[in-house]
Structures are given as C-alpha cells and as structure tokens.
Design a protein around this ligand. Structure first.
Ligand SMILES: Nc1ncnc2c1ncn2[C@@H]1O[C@H](COP(=O)(O)OP(=O)(O)O)[C@@H](O)[C@H]1O
Ligand SMILES: [Mg+2]
Length: 503
C-alpha cells in the first residue's frame, strides 16, 4: 500500500517535558492506523502537530512523499488532513448545515446556493452512512450525531486522512459499532484513518496497524494480524518495576470506607458503577488503577458524598450512610483532593488565605455565630502557619490563588484537607500536571497521612503513581472491579491486562 503520510523524528517539548520525542509514524492509504498509549503518552500532541495546531520542536512531515510545513490548521485542511478532536469544536447555536459549510466558500458568488450545497452534503453523508439531519441545531442532536457531523465536516473539506482522537470515549456501545461501520466505509473509499484509543478491544477490532506510544516515544508499529491484546497491553504499559521508595503497609482491621454492591448508572460503561464493592482500611492507601473514564470519577463522587448510589450501600466508619451530601462527608472527616483543582478544589479569585479556611469558616476558631463574624486575625495567623508548614510559595497569603503555580495550588488544598487529620482521604489524580518536585511533595504528604492512620482512596490514571503509593491495588474497567492485588509485589502484567478489560 502506498504511503500517504510520514512523520519523521518528531519532537515536541513543553517546558521540561518531552510530549513527543523523535517519533516516527507512517500511514498508508486506505488503512486504519491506531495510536495506542496511556494517558499522557503524547498521542494528542502528535496529532495536534499534524494538523498544525502545534509546531514541532524538531522533525519533518512528508505527505505523499513531499516534505510539507503545516503552519496552521488551515494548511492542514488544504493538504487533505481532517481531525475530529476529543472535544468537539462545533458551534452549538448553529444548525448542522451551517456548521458544515462554516468557513468554506465553494461558490464565488456572495449568495450561496444553500439548496445546492445541502444536496451535495447529503449525498456525501449518505455515501458514508453518516445519517445526519442538516437542519437541526447542534444542541438538539446526540453526542454520537455531533461526532458524525465533525466527520462529515472534515470529509466535506476534502480530507483524505482523518484523525479521530479518542472517538469512542463519549459513545454508547451501539454508537461505537456505528462509528466502526463508518470507519469501514472510509477505508473502502481508500481514505486513511488515524484512530486513537487506549481500549484494547476496540483497537483489536478496528485497526490494520497499531503504533504504540509510551512516554512520548513511539515504541513500535505492529500489524494487527500479527499481534495480540496481551502483547499490545504489555507494550503500552511496558515498564520495568522500579521499587517504590515507600514502605508498603497492611491497613488496620478497621475499615474507614466500605462500598457494598454499589450501582450508579450501571449500564453506562464510562460514567457508571456496576456492583462495586471495595473497602479502605485505616492506615492504608488503596489505589484504583484503570484508564480514565471507567467509572473512577463516579467512584470518587460517591466516596465524597457528591453522588448517591442508586443501589447498594456505603459504610463510613462503621455507619451506613443515609444522607449523601458533601457537607455530611466533610463533617465525617472525609478529605478530598478533587479531580479538577481549579473547579472544585480552589476558588481562584479568592486569596490563598481564604482558600485555606474555606471549609472551616463556621468553625469557632475562625468565626463567631457560625460564619457571621469572621475572626480575621485568627484566620490570617492560621494561614501563615499553614503556608510556612507546607512551603506554599506565594508573594503573600492575600494573593489570589489562581495566580499560583499548579504545585502551589495543590499544596493549598493538601494543607487545608490534611490539617483536619481526616479519617478518609479521597485523592483523584493528585499530581496531574505537576512537576517532579511538587509531585514528590504530594506523595510524601499522602504517605505521612497514611502513617498517621488515615485511610486513602487514591484514584489515578498514572500507573506509576498507583504502583508507587498503593498498599493495595484495585483495577476498574467499565464501571466494574476487575481484580484486587497486593501493592507489595504487584503482578504488573496481570494488572495491565485487567486494566485493558481482560480477565
Ligand atoms: N499545551 C501543553 N502544555 C504543557 N504540557 C502539555 C501540553 N499538552 C500536552 N502536554 C503534556 O504532554 C504530555 C502528552 O500529552 P498528550 O499528548 O495530551 O497525551 P495523550 O493524548 O496521549 O493522553 C503530557 O505530559 C501532557 O501533560
Ligand atoms: Mg489525548
């Protein structure tokens, strides 16, 4: 098969981080080529370079054998490259039709012939079995349909090479099958598809070839027919076990959190919980390993009182929970390092100081009359103490929290959450986006809290982090618990297979 695209020695650096490092990738005409890799492996970055959103720090791109410089998404479109992003880029208040023709003027005339264009687009849509209603507004159609609009939009602009970045993440099973039929059709028409996923079953179903990315580097390219899910999973995770610097412990007998047969939207594989049972004991870290979007978010929300399960029970420190509310959980000494520190952990336009006492404003230490009169001096002194203890780097505790670096923001959250000596801590991606120094600090704090008797539920898509910190490891896949392993000498291969949905 003829080569359509070759990316040669592509590197991309963000500050210190190499998101891509000397990556080679070649794509043939009429093939479905999967980029397989864990979160953060560099898949989206490589594709953003291809479509001209990022400029590479090094390397070359060849299209149909000719060296090209893709300096903007517009250039990429001209070269016949289309991309459907993880987050769609449609204008919600416009119709499907207007979204598709947006920015394309086939007609030189001022008045476009809408009926003629509609007919053209419908024909294209039918050719690929896209099943699209042109006159609906984007807000009126399903996520799956929006994705088809994106595909149609790219095809209408003449895409010969189509990049689908994690297209199945937001789809139901039936919609995934529909998408695969479309991909099949694209192949028949001799288009090339770059498919991005970390879901093994899908990769095996849809790919002709697979290139595995790990930590920014392309590990290898394999023919689908000459490989297996096990091999791919191993290559994707593929790491030597580096011994953890932390001692692994057995928790106490006593559980701080227990979930029994918890269901929440259980048929939703990406955002649901299906009969989840697990426990976190006093003085242990239980790590939830799994690829993002397998119910971890919902698990965290149940464990912090944000979501009430539809079935099953939650037992917090030997008491069955009857009232699910964040406040009830905070009162029960549950600390939370939330998934999105800017949205849920901090109030950006409040000061460092205000953020540090955020949960305790009704506390007698800081106010009279349950938050009515704030004791400004007491708050200030407390904030200074925490700032010093946790080495929060800011010009003053009166500075707005949003101006701090990610690491220092996370330190504010940790300081606030841990100062109350919680019994349970739910930590979700606690080091995502942090540099090595801040990451180490967060890890040390968690271990210290564990050793002080706190039970910790750690949810992280970073497998290294799970291995490093967890005393016990639980794997989640499609809303279910796939297995439980000791954190002492964890069976990496078995765990990585479970993460990819294999029993
Ligand atoms: N705009 C950016 N600024 C800084 N770092 C980035 C940016 N985009 C990606 N990264 C980093 O590059 C790495 C690869 O990210 P990404 O390409 O999104 O991975 P993937 O799509 O495989 O999950 C990650 O460490 C990520 O944090
Ligand atoms: Mg990505």
């Amino acid at each position: 098969m003829e080569e359509i695209l070759r990316m040669s020695n592509i590197s991309k650096q963000f500050g210190e981080v190499f998101a891509n490092k000397n990556v080679n990738l070649d794509i043939r005409k009429g093939e479905v080529h999967t980029l397989l890799g864990e979160n953060g492996a560099g898949k989206s970055t490589l594709m953003n370079i291809l479509i001209g959103l990022y400029q590479p720090s090094g390397g070359e791109i060849y299209l149909r054998g000719k060296k090209v410089s893709i300096d903007s998404p517009r250039t990429a479109v001209k070269l016949g490259i289309g991309m459907v992003h993880q987050h769609f880029m449609l204008v919600e208040a416009m119709t499907v039709f207007d979204n598709i023709i947006l920015g394309v003027t086939h007609d030189k005339s001022f008045f476009i012939n809408r009926d003629k264009l509609k007919k053209e687009i419908l024909e294209l849509s039918e050719k690929y079995g896209l099943d699209i209603e042109l006159d609906k507004e984007i807000t009126e159609i399903s996520v799956g349909a929006q994705q088809r609009v994106e595909i149609l939009k790219a095809l209408y602009r003449g895409a010969e090479l189509l990049v689908l970045d994690e297209p199945t993440a937001a789809l139901t099973d039936i919609e995934v099958q529909g998408l695969f039929q479309i991909i099949h059709k694209l192949k028949e028409e001799n288009k090339s598809v770059i498919f991005i996923s970390h879901k093994m079953r899908e990769v095996l179903e849809v790919s002709d070839r697979v290139t595995i990315l790990r930590a920014g580097e392309a590990v290898c390219t394999l023919n689908r027919d000459e490989t297996t899910g096990t091999e791919l999973a191993n290559l994707m995770i593929g790491r030597e076990m580096t011994p953890s610097i932390y001692e692994k412990k057995d928790g106490a007998e006593e559980s701080v959190l227990e979930l029994k047969d918890v269901d929440y939207h259980k048929n939703n594989k990406h955002n649901g919980l299906n009969h989840v049972s697990l426990c976190v004991k006093k003085g242990e870290i239980v790590g939830i390993a799994g690829v993002d979007g397998n119910g971890q978010s919902q698990l965290a929300q149940v464990a912090t009182g944000v979501l009430a399960p539809e079935d099953g029970s939650v037992i917090l420190k030997s008491k069955k929970v009857t009232k699910f509310s964040p406040k009830a959980f905070i009162d029960a000494k549950v600390a939370n390092i939330p998934e999105d520190r800017n949205k849920m952990g901090l109030v950006g336009n409040m000061s460092v100081e205000e953020n540090l006492v955020l949960k305790a404003t009704e506390d007698d230490r800081f106010s009279k009359g349950k938050g009515f009169f704030l004791k400004k001096k007491a708050i200030h002194e407390y904030a200074l103490k925490l700032q010093k203890k946790n080495d929060i780097r800011c010009s003053s505790v009166m500075q707005e929290a949003r101006n701090l670096s990610g690491g220092n923001q996370q330190k504010i959250i940790l300081a606030r959450e841990l100062d109350e000596n919680p019994d349970l801590m739910v930590a979700v991606h606690p080091t995502r986006g942090l540099d090595i120094g801040a990451t180490g600090y967060v890890h040390d704090c968690m271990i210290e809290a564990r050793d002080a008797g706190c039970g910790i539920l750690l949810i992280s898509a970073d497998f290294d982090e799970i291995l490093k910190l967890s005393d016990r490891i639980i794997v989640m896949f499609e809303g279910q618990v796939m297995g439980e392993y000791s954190g002492k000498n964890p069976p990496i291969e078995e765990i990585s297979l479970a993460m990819a949905g294999k029993e």
